[in-house]
Design a protein around this ligand. Structure first.
Ligand SMILES: Nc1ncnc2c1ncn2[C@@H]1O[C@H](COP(=O)(O)OP(=O)(O)OP(=O)(O)O)[C@@H](O)[C@H]1O
Ligand SMILES: [Mg+2]
Length: 464
């Protein structure tokens, strides 16, 4: 399990994996105008969706939005009231569950308590009347894959919850389904085990090349494991996109607020610059670098590891030499001279042309959203801003968008701090700042008057 910690959340191979953008690729699963009604209640509402081979597809949405119903229709336990479901181009409407190359791990999976781990995994294979040797080699392979070899002879009550979950997974994978449906597969696990199992799932999915459709209540989990995420609401797909697009470019206030933390600023949009109305490309990382005043003149520094040094230690040296025992000391504050030099080096603020301005409060400058859609001219809009794209400073920063407010609360989370700032209008916003920079922001505290700032392309302009 040790390697799971160093595995990047998105391996380079998944970055290039985009069959949904390839017109030649044939989807493995197609929902075509599928509606499912229970009596006069519509659980799934005219849903059309393609899922591709080898995808790790995540369904996200509030309780009762229709996630399990979608899975049950795929597995064959429910039939659509209207529309078609195709698997590899073939309508599976009249194919019974056990004849579909689909397996489902249920929201509340149950292992057979009187059977050993080995026999639980073998169960489905035996029902297929395979010969003994092929069953044995398949079960052993599954035990290896899920790292359960040591527990083969135990009964379910003699292993941990996480191990039981892996047995259920091994059992669902044993028949080598083309498609595996996982309904809240990690729901029973604590956070740490859950994170480890997420990486294991990703490994298993990559190794076996199975297509996974997973339901989860945990948005972070969906973002970690999925090639694409579908955000559902009341039987409809609101947005289907990569985790990054869902996060950086949500298509609605619903999606923006469903995934992660977001600041919503309401206002009226106006065309910003008619001559160059083309919207600027959204920017993903940068945000203004607020500079905080620090009073110190002496230079009390001793050599300290920089980020590269830490990386070298964690990845290469620590496994050989063990963890360093002396804790790295907190980085000392820069001197006045250094701060002045850094200020001189600061590039002028670049504000792309075009987009929208947003009137959001009286007697305050309009906000600039250079990436705003000119179509929204004159409309009531919502500017959605991720807290980590907001800077916070005591002195007015040189940024395209600045707002005045007062610090109401600070949540210190070790590597990041979130400042809750009440704007002059009464609106609360959150600014999240990494605590890694040399320039400490610790001198911003409760009740402080501050400037919250963000770039001209930091937000996403949405209509409700
Ligand atoms: N057999 C049924 N008869 C009547 N209504 C049903 C039936 N199955 C599901 N529903 C209804 O359909 C809606 C969707 O249910 P579903 O189980 O798909 O939700 P879900 O998104 O999986 O929710 P959760 O996250 O709570 O598991 C719910 O309102 C549910 O009450
Ligand atoms: Mg469900």
């Amino acid at each position: 399990m040790a390697q799971s910690k160093v595995k990047p959340k998105q391996s380079p191979s998944t970055a290039a994996f985009e069959p949904w953008n390839d017109p030649i690729e044939k989807p493995l699963i197609q929902f075509k105008g599928v509606t499912k009604r229970f009596g006069d209640f519509t659980a799934i509402d005219n849903l059309t969706l393609d899922i591709f081979e080898r995808e790790f597809f995540a369904l996200l949405g509030p309780s009762g939005c229709g996630k399990t119903t979608m899975m049950r229709m795929l597995a064959g336990f429910e039939t659509p009231t209207e529309g078609q479901i195709l698997l590899s181009g073939r309508d599976i409407g009249d194919v019974p569950p056990n004849k579909r190359a689909v397996n489902m791990m249920f929201q509340s999976y149950a292992l057979f308590p009187h059977l050993s781990v080995w026999d639980n995994i073998a169960f489905g294979l035996r029902r297929e009347k395979r010969d003994k040797d092929s069953i044995a080699s398949r079960v052993d392979e599954m035990l290896r894959l899920t790292r359960l070899e040591k527990f083969a002879n135990r009964k379910p009550h003699q292993i941990s919850g996480g191990q039981r979950q892996r047995v259920a997974l091994a059992r669902s994978l044993a028949k080598a389904p083309k498609l595996l449906l996982l309904d809240e597969p990690l729901g029973a696990l604590d956070r740490k085990l859950r994170e480890e199992t997420q990486f294991e799932l990703m490994d298993i999915q990559e190794t076996t090349g199975t297509t996974f459709v997973i339901v989860t209540h945990d948005q972070e989990e969906a973002m970690t494991v999925a090639s694409r995420v579908a955000v559902m609401d009341e039987g409809k797909m609101v947005q289907v996109a990569t985790p990054q697009t869902i996060y950086e470019a949500p298509n609605s206030v619903y999606v923006a607020s469903f995934i992660g933390d977001v600041n919503l600023i309401r206002g009226t949009a106006n065309l910003r610059n008619v001559a160059t109305a083309a919207p600027a490309a959204p920017e993903s990382e940068t945000k203004p670098e607020p500079v905080t005043k620090i009073e110190t003149d002496e230079d009390p520094r001793k050599p300290q590891p920089n980020d590269y040094g830490k990386w070298l230690h964690d990845r290469l040296l620590a496994p050989i030499l063990g963890q360093r025992v002396d804790e790295p000391k907190a980085l000392p504050a820069p001197t006045k001279a250094e701060l002045a030099a850094a200020a001189e080096l600061q590039a002028p603020v670049h504000v792309p042309e075009g987009g929208l301005t947003i009137d959001w409060a009286e007697n305050t400058p309009a906000l600039i959203a250079a990436n705003g859609d000119p179509e929204f001219d004159g409309k009531e809009v919502v500017l959605a801003l991720r807290p980590e794209k907001m800077g916070i400073a005591k002195t007015k920063p040189d940024a395209p968008n600045v707002m005045r407010g007062k610090v109401i609360d600070i949540a210190y989370l070790g590597n990041i701090s979130t400042y809750h700032v009440e704007l002059k209008t009464g609106t609360m916003v959150k600014a999240q700042v990494a605590n890694t920079r040399r320039v400490s922001r610790r001198n911003i505290t409760w009740e402080d008057e501050v400037w919250v700032s963000f770039s001209a392309t930091a937000g996403v302009v949405l209509t409700e």
